[in-house]
Design a protein around this ligand. Structure first.
Ligand code: AMP
Length: 441
């Protein structure tokens, strides 16, 4: 199948040719005809599947072919995204796709001055990409009006709820015209996301291009067990020993991210970081330097986990496991994209066994374990599996014991035989289904 067969207009086909997009991806094959027909869409699609073009191409087609010219301070199509980085990235893709079209697009997000955004909106924008908080600010100040709005896209809906945007979203939905096309994209489907879909979508076409909550198959995943205090040291060792090239590393806290960055810089490794304490320009600069290959190791909190499109990233490392299991899927989604193979390595300490178990249950896969010689943990990580079981660690017998009777006549207890029966893991990890804002990553 070709893009021409999907019915897109010539200027878009020319652009796609110049971008060397030869065939539509599965999500594009399904979404493009449906969106062109004006249908609502509910799509379970991970980043890396080509979902941005899946919604942007048919919307740009419709904005070009239908509807009145955009009035001042008005918006004809709106794409809501959870983070500033994603807003920039989605807008960059849209600018590329719209290069031969007479349309105006723009992105607004917080953390930067609002005045230039207000100025830019005065002329009216055909397709606006926005984070919910800043858009609401602009709306309250009458800098943006929704009377002309034809289409709404919720990109990474699950992440928007995770980040506590439920209230802002509700307020925005009330301000939008009821007659409109709505497209909802989410990598995972919690009850809160399903509820939002029920309220917003009318007879949607459901698209599912990858198994729900399953990580991309093209990513080779494994873990190394290690003591908590030796994680940075182990990362440095593996980076050198395995001759890792370009790595995106995820840490749990801003402090941990800064510490690893400093350790790497002190060792002469080109590193940079992205987290919520850094001003927006320096976050964007770090990402650009990483994309350009000037930085070999980019250390980030989950703020960078979603949606960032980095070409051919071979490796993602979890310095810490994420608190919310779904974030694991998003983190490792940075590699193995658009058909490439990738690798995801997690450094796991004993404290993280519950998080590990929740991840394995979610992805329905038991992660392969390794121990790195010289880094074997003193605090062993109990064995886990995809059914959610956690086997309590076996107590190492000091010397072989004889069970049942005289020495030499009974059964030897194997060192790796479980000392106690398996216990059920606590499967539930905190879920933030739209209740309150989570502390910023
Ligand atoms: P996305 O899932 O929207 O973030 O897209 C992932 C990557 O795939 C981006 O780098 C796109 O430029 C690229 N891409 C999207 N659609 C196609 C296609 N049909 N052919 C080739 N590359 C594509």
């Amino acid at each position: 199948m070709t893009f021409a067969e999907l019915g897109l207009i010539d200027p878009l086909l020319r652009t796609l040719e110049s971008l060397e997009y030869r065939t539509p991806t599965p999500v594009q094959k399904e979404a493009i005809p449906a969106v062109l027909k004006g249908r609502d869409v509910l799509a379970a699609a991970q980043t890396g599947t080509g979902k941005t073009a899946g919604f942007a191409l048919p919307l740009l087609h419709r904005l070009t072919m239908e509807g009145a010219q955009v009035a001042s301070n008005s918006v004809r199509a709106l794409v809501l995204v959870p983070t500033r980085e994603l807003a920039e990235q989605v807008h960059q893709s849209i600018q590329q796709y719209a290069q031969n079209l007479p349309l105006r697009s723009y992105a607004v997000y917080g953390g930067v001055s609002i005045n230039p955004q207000m100025m830019k909106l005065r002329k009216g924008i055909d397709l606006l990409v926005a984070t919910p908080g800043r858009l609401l600010d602009l709306y309250r100040q009458n800098a943006v009006k929704f009377g002309q709005l034809q289409a709404l896209v919720l990109d990474e809906a699950d992440r928007m709820l995770d980040l506590g945007f439920a209230q802002e979203l509700d307020e925005l939905f009330c301000a939008l015209p009821k007659r409109r096309q709505t497209l909802l994209f989410s990598a995972t489907f919690s009850d809160a996301v399903r509820q939002m879909a029920r309220e917003l979508l009318r007879d949607p076409l459901s698209i599912e291009v990858s198994p729900r909550n399953a990580a991309a198959k093209s990513v080779k995943q494994w873990l190394v067990t290690v003591d908590k205090k030796r994680k940075s040291e182990l990362f440095l060792h593996l980076y050198r020993d395995r001759r890792w090239d370009q790595v995106l590393v995820f840490g749990k806290t801003r402090k941990g991210v800064d510490e690893l960055e400093q350790t790497l810089l002190a060792e002469g490794i080109a590193a940079d970081s992205i987290h919520g304490d850094k001003p927006q320009p320096s976050r964007l600069r770090a990402l650009q330097r990483f994309k350009a290959g000037e930085v070999r190791v980019l250390v980030a909190t989950d703020v960078a986990a979603r949606g960032l499109d980095i070409d051919d990233l071979p490796l993602v490392v979890n310095l810490d496991l994420p608190i919310v299991a779904e974030d694991y899927v998003h983190r490792i989604g940075r590699t193995g994209r658009a058909g490439a193979t990738g690798e995801a390595v997690s450094l796991v300490c004993a404290d993280e066994v519950q998080l590990l178990s929740a991840i394995e249950v979610l992805i329905r896969q038991t992660l392969r374990r390794e121990e790195e010689p010289g880094f074997e943990p003193d605090h062993r990580v109990p064995q886990t599996d995809a059914s959610g079981q956690i086997l309590k660690k076996p107590k190492k017998p000091k010397k072989p014991k004889v069970v049942g009777g005289k020495a030499g006549m009974g059964k030897w207890l194997e060192a790796d035989e479980p000392a106690e029966p398996p216990i059920k893991a606590v499967r539930k990890v905190p879920s933030f289904g739209g209740k309150g804002r989570r502390s910023k990553p």
